[in-house]
Structure formats: C-alpha cells, structure tokens
Design a protein around this ligand. Structure first.
Ligand SMILES: Cc1ncc(COP(=O)(O)O)c(C=O)c1O
Length: 292
C-alpha cells in the first residue's frame, strides 16, 4: 500500500500530495509544525502537542484549520491507514495560499498537511549506552524561538555544521556563552551534586514536550532540578550532560566541542532519567524498549 498523507481535508498518496506554489509556508516560512511520536500505534503526549499547536497558531495569528478533536481523529486515521507501529507524525499548518505580499492576507485559508513515517525508537537504546557528541554554534536565530515555526534555516545550518564535525547535535550558544538548546533538542547538564540544570522557558528556547515530561518525572522522583541558564564552559566541566526530544527521549552527551564530559560515558543521573522516561513511554503506549 502506498504511503498516505493528509492534505487540506483529503487522504492522498504521498507522491501525489501537493500544496499551492504560492503557499505562504513555501514563500515566507509562514507556518508552524509539530512532530509527535507514535509508539505501538499510540500517540505519545498527544494533549501536550495539541496545546503547543494551539498556542503556536495563535502566536502567529493563524486560524486553526480544524478543531483539536477533529485533528485527533485525522491523526489517528492517518496513522492507522499507513499501518506503522513506531513512527513520527508530522503536522504542518501554514497561513495558506495567497498572492505574494508580505502583510497577512485577509482571505487565506490555512493549509494543513500531515505525514507519517516509520521511526525506529528501539535504535535509541544502543545509542543511549554510548552517548553522543555535540558541537557548539553561534545562536543566530530570531527572538521567538519558543514558537515552533517552519523557519528552520539556522537550525538546518547548525545541524549541518554538527554533522560535518562528526557530532549528533549542535548547541546554540549566545554571545554571553549561554547554551540555549540544541538544533532540534533541549539541552541539559548535571552538576557535581547531582542537580539537573536546563535553560528556563523563555523566548530563547522551544518548550520541548520531552523537556516537560522529564521535568515532571524528575520532580516526582525527587531529583533536584534547576531551570537556569548555563554556559558552554560550565557544560564542558559538568559531571554529565544530555539532550531530550521527541525523537531522542534522553541521550547522554559525552563530548562537547572535543572536550570530554564527566567520565566520557553517559552518567548515572542521565541513565536514571532515561529509565524514567522510557517507563512513562511504556505506561502511555505499551512500547517496551529492548534491553541495552
Ligand atoms: C529547537 C528545538 N528545541 C527542542 C526540541 C525538542 O522538542 P520536543 O521535545 O517537543 O521534541 C525541538 C524539536 O524539534 C527543537 O526543534
């Protein structure tokens, strides 16, 4: 069966799916997106994704193309039609097609696109055991990184820099040395006392869904957390560092710009938080990661 996409109220084969050439997403990056994990056929943290989707639409003054309840039905139908158990659901909404002109058009209908692709969450387990490297880049993004817009050019270039350096992720560092977050992940360190530290919510970072889950689980497990800025130098001298995202729930960082972090292996706090996250994933979806 061909892969199916959902475009403006219809399920269509992916290779036939198309939007208008004057779509403002294409011409102005005038749109938002969500990436949601599907494990065992179930959507993970769906209400949190819906909340962020609604917030982002209103931040850009884009009317919702459908209600949250209708979006839920369409998302579940698309997942079922594609028949994937472990997958990523991608949802994009743009302001729609209109004659090219910068101000917001009065009459554009938002464009809604959804796709699903297979994703191997189990492959994260061996990666978790060894950890990953990160490379820092100057943060050249706009002032509203809290909105999940499709304007990802600085992230694209940052991730390419990281890839060329042999790193899994790029870390955005501002002129004052503060690490905001990664190209597509939130950034964390653990100090010598075992306190977990991450940048506070602000316009400088995306409020990651996995970040929110990890904070909730850490509090419940009475692991001390501080939401405060930290610098690149502090991260390089930290006991542990790790990253979180929908596609990489909790990955230890073992090297930052060639400097070994802690023991050079994912540390005990990172491993514990990873266990808590996978247990929560199993609770919600029934997905059980293979043993390391
Ligand atoms: C810049 C940025 N930060 C953080 C994240 C992690 O967010 P989430 O946990 O919702 O996947 C992402 C995800 O794409 C991102 O693009």
């Amino acid at each position: 069966m061909p892969r199916l996409a959902y475009v403006n109220h219809a399920f269509v084969p992916l290779d036939k799916a198309a939007v208008h050439v004057e779509d403002r997403g294409f011409q102005f990056a005038d749109g938002i997106y969500e990436v949601c994990a599907v494990l065992n056929g179930q959507l993970l943290d769906w209400p949190l994704h819906l909340d962020r989707w609604t917030r982002n639409l209103s931040a850009l003054l884009i009317p919702a193309p459908m209600s949250a309840a209708a979006l839920t039905l369409v998302a579940r139908r698309l997942i079922a039609l594609n028949g994937y158990k472990d997958a990523l659901l991608y949802i994009q909404v743009t302001r729609g097609a209109a004659r090219r002109d910068h101000p917001i058009p009065a009459d554009a209908q938002p464009t809604l696109v959804m796709t699903v692709r297979r994703f191997d969450f189990a492959a994260r387990v061996p990666q978790q055991a060894v950890g990953v490297k990160v490379t820092s880049v100057t943060d050249q993004r706009w002032g509203r990184c809290d909105i999940k817009t499709v304007a990802l050019l600085p992230n694209v270039l940052a991730k390419q820099t990281a890839r060329l350096a042999g790193s899994f992720e790029a870390w955005f560092v501002s002129n004052d040395g503060v690490v905001a977050e990664g190209g597509s992940t939130n950034a964390w360190i653990v100090d010598a006392a075992g306190t977990v530290i991450t940048h506070p919510l602000s316009a400088r970072i995306l409020p990651g869904i996995m970040r929110a889950s990890l904070l909730r689980l850490a509090h419940a497990a009475q692991i001390k957390v501080e939401e405060r800025p930290f610098t690149l130098a502090e991260a390089q001298g930290a006991a542990e560092a790790f990253l979180t995202s929908t596609t990489a729930p909790c990955l230890g960082i073992v090297e930052i710009d060639g400097v070994k972090v802690g023991s050079g292996k994912p540390g005990p706090v990172t491993r514990r938080l990873g266990e808590l996250l996978w247990a929560e994933i199993e609770r919600q979806t029934g997905f059980r990661p293979p043993a390391a």
